[in-house]
Write a protein that binds this ligand. Structure first.
Ligand code: NAP
Length: 505
C-alpha cells in the first residue's frame, strides 16, 4: 500500500513538472538573510520547494542562505531537507530533492560587519558569472526588524544593489513601531532601493481568499448584487487566535495587538474589503484604491478613542479543557504590563459608498477559536413585520483562515414549523493542500508583481491613523479591560456593538 502511494505521488509530481506552464521567469540570485531562522524553516524553504515542483521557479536560480552560524553548504542543505519533511504541503520526492537542493549555498555572515558584505558580493558575482545569469538579485530580509536599516545601508555601501539586472528587496513586518520610526526606516531603505523595488510582506495579503476577493465579485455578478451596499448594515472583520504570547514576550509586550495585528493585517483587510465594492476593479487599480480607502478612514482622536476603541488583556481561563495562565504571568512579560492582547474598534469610511456602514474590527490572543473572517451583515427589514426575534439577519461570511470558505445565512421555513429557522449555504475549500501565502507572495515578487505587497503610502497612512490610538493607550485614555482566556473577548467589546444595535458574529 505504501509503495502504491509513493508511486502515485511520484506520477503526480512528474505530471506536475511535465505540465509546466511557461511563466516567463527570469533567472535570479535569491539572497536570504536569516536562513538559519524559524521563518525560513517553516515557510520560505517549503514555499520555494512547492514553487519548484509546480515549475514556478526560473530555469536558472541560486539561493544564498545567510546567518551567523558556521554551517557548510552540505549541512545547510540537510537542514532544508529536514524543514521540507516537516513543513512542505507536498511530500518530498526523493529523486527530485537533490536537484532542488543543488540550487542552495550557505555563507556565514554577521550583518553588523560591513566587511562581510564584500565576501558575499564576490560570492554572488561568481555565481552570476558561472551561470551566465543577467544579474537579477532578490534580497529577502528574514531577520529581526532592528537589522533592516543596517542591512540596507551595508548592501548599498558594498554595492550589492548595483547590478546589471533588476534588484528587489523583500522585508518582513513589523515596519517601524510608530509613524516616526516607520518614516525613518523608509527613508533609509529608499537610499538603497526605489519604492518599486521594495516588497513589504503582509502575509494576510497572500491568503488566497483575500487575493481572490476581486475575482469573486467579478466572476459572480450574483455576489456583486448580493453585496449591494444599500442592503448592508455593517461589516465585521475578526482575526482571533487561541495561542497566547508564547515565547515572543520580548517583542509582543511592547508591540501589543495594535502594532502586531491592527496597523498592518486588519487595516489591510479593511482596505481590501472596501475597495472591491461597489464596482469591480482590476489588479492594477488595487494599490491606488487601497490608498483611497485608508485616506477616507475617519480619524479617531486621541481623547475620543475610548468611545470607539476597546483594548484588553487576557486573564487566566481555560482552553480545550486545560487551565491557562493570565498574560501578566507569562514568561518575559513585565510586571503590571498594560500591553493589549485584544483590540476592537468601530470604524467609518467617509466615502460615498461606505459612509453609513460601520466596520467593526477585532483581534486577540487566547480567544475561543482561531479564525480570520469577514462578515457582511445585511439589513433585516422583515424583522419589523414579524414577531420579535423570529428572523435572523442574513449574513455573507468569507472565511480566510484556517479554512477558506463562503457561507450565506438565510431564514427558511418548512411546513412542519411555524417559525423561520436559520439555514446555511456553505462552501468550504479543502484546506489540506492549499497554497501557502508565502508561495503566492514569493512567486509574485520573483515576477515583479507588487499587487499584494504593502505600498509605502498604505503603510504610512495606516500608521498615521493608528498614531493617536498609540498615544491614547500610552496615556491610559482608553481603559484596559480583561477577558478570560478561552472566551470571545471582553464584555466591553460586545457593548460597543450593542450601542449600535448589533452583535459580533
Ligand atoms: P529567528 O528564528 O530568530 O531568526 C533570526 C535569523 O536572523 C536567524 O537566521 C539568525 O541567524 C539571523 N541573525 C540574527 N542576528 C544576526 C546577525 N548579527 N547577523 C546575521 N544574521 C543574524 O526569527 P524568525 O522567526 O525567522 O523571524 C525573522 C523575521 O520574520 C522577523 O522580522 C519576524 O518578525 C518575521 N516574521 C516571522 C514569522 C515566523 O513565523 N517566524 C512570521 C511573520 C514574520 P544566526 O542565529 O545563525 O545568526
Amino acid at each position: 500500500m505504501l509503495r502504491e502511494n509513493t508511486l502515485t505521488q511520484s506520477i503526480q509530481t512528474e505530471a506536475l513538472l511535465s505540465d509546466k506552464k511557461d511563466y516567463n521567469m527570469e533567472d535570479l540570485t535569491f539572497v536570504l538573510f536569516g536562513a538559519t531562522g524559524d521563518l525560513a524553516k517553516r515557510k520560505l524553504f517549503p514555499a520555494l520547494y512547492n514553487l519548484f515542483l509546480e515549475g514556478k521557479m526560473p530555469e536558472s536560480f541560486s539561493v544564498i542562505g545567510l546567518g551567523r552560524r558556521e554551517w557548510s553548504h552540505e549541512f545547510f542543505r540537510e537542514k532544508i531537507a529536514e524543514s521540507l519533511e516537516l513543513y512542505s504541503r507536498r511530500d518530498v520526492q526523493e529523486e527530485l530533492l537533490p536537484k532542488f537542493l543543488n540550487h542552495f549555498q550557505y555563507c556565514a555572515l554577521d550583518v553588523t560587519n560591513p566587511a562581510a558584505y564584500e565576501h558575499l558580493h564576490a560570492m554572488i558575482r561568481q555565481g552570476e558569472e558561472t551561470k551566465a545569469t543577467s544579474g537579477n538579485r532578490l534580497f529577502y530580509l528574514s531577520v529581526a526588524p532592528n537589522f533592516i536599516e543596517l542591512i540596507a545601508e551595508n548592501l548599498n555601501r558594498a554595492g550589492l544593489n548595483q547590478t546589471t539586472g533588476w534588484r528587489r528587496l523583500i522585508i518582513e513586518k513589523p515596519f517601524g513601531t510608530d509613524l516616526q520610526t516607520a518614516r525613518r526606516l523608509n527613508k533609509k531603505l529608499s537610499e538603497a532601493f526605489d519604492e518599486v523595488e521594495i516588497y513589504r510582506i503582509d502575509h494576510y495579503l497572500g491568503k488566497p481568499m483575500v487575493q481572490n476577493l476581486a475575482s469573486l465579485v467579478f466572476a459572480n455578478p450574483a455576489v456583486g448584487s448580493l453585496l449591494d451596499l444599500k442592503k448592508i448594515s455593517n461589516v465585521q472583520i475578526t482575526a482571533s487566535e487561541i495561542v497566547g504570547v508564547e515565547t515572543r514576550a520580548d517583542y509582543y509586550d511592547h508591540a501589543g495587538a495594535i502594532r502586531d495585528m491592527v496597523q498592518n493585517h486588519l487595516l489591510q483587510l479593511v482596505m481590501m474589503t472596501a475597495l472591491h465594492l461597489p464596482e469591480t476593479i482590476t489588479a492594477d487599480e488595487i494599490s491606488m484604491k487601497k490608498i483611497e480607502v485608508i485616506q477616507s478612514l475617519r480619524p479617531i482622536k486621541q481623547d475620543e478613542a475610548y468611545r470607539d476603541v476597546i483594548r484588553a488583556q487576557y486573564d487566566a481561563g481555560e482552553i480545550n479543557g486545560e487551565p491557562v495562565i493570565r498574560y501578566l504571568d507569562e514568561p518575559g512579560v513585565e510586571e503590571n504590563s498594560k500591553n493589549d492582547t485584544y483590540f476592537a474598534a468601530r470604524l467609518h469610511i467617509d466615502n460615498d459608498a461606505w459612509r453609513d456602514i460601520p466596520f467593526y474590527i477585532r483581534t486577540g490572543k487566547r480567544l475561543d477559536k482561531k479564525s480570520t473572517r469577514i462578515v457582511f451583515e445585511f439589513k433585516n427589514p422583515v424583522r419589523e413585520s414579524l414577531p420579535a426575534e423570529e428572523t435572523v439577519p442574513n449574513l455573507l461570511i468569507l472565511e480566510i483562515n484556517p479554512h477558506e470558505g463562503i457561507t450565506l445565512r438565510l431564514n427558511v421555513k418548512d411546513e412542519s414549523s411555524e417559525f423561520f429557522q436559520p439555514a446555511y449555504i456553505n462552501f468550504t475549500k479543502p484546506s489540506d493542500n492549499l497554497a501557502d501565502a508565502y508561495e503566492l507572495l514569493l512567486f509574485d515578487a520573483m515576477l515583479g508583481n507588487a499587487t499584494f505587497f504593502a505600498h509605502w503610502n498604505e503603510v504610512e497612512l495606516s500608521w498615521q491613523w493608528i498614531q493617536p490610538l498609540l498615544e491614547a493607550f500610552e496615556n491610559n485614555q482608553v481603559p484596559l479591560h480583561t477577558y478570560p482566556a478561552g472566551s470571545t473577548g471582553p464584555k466591553a467589546a460586545d457593548d460597543l456593538l450593542k450601542q449600535d444595535g448589533f452583535a459580533w458574529w
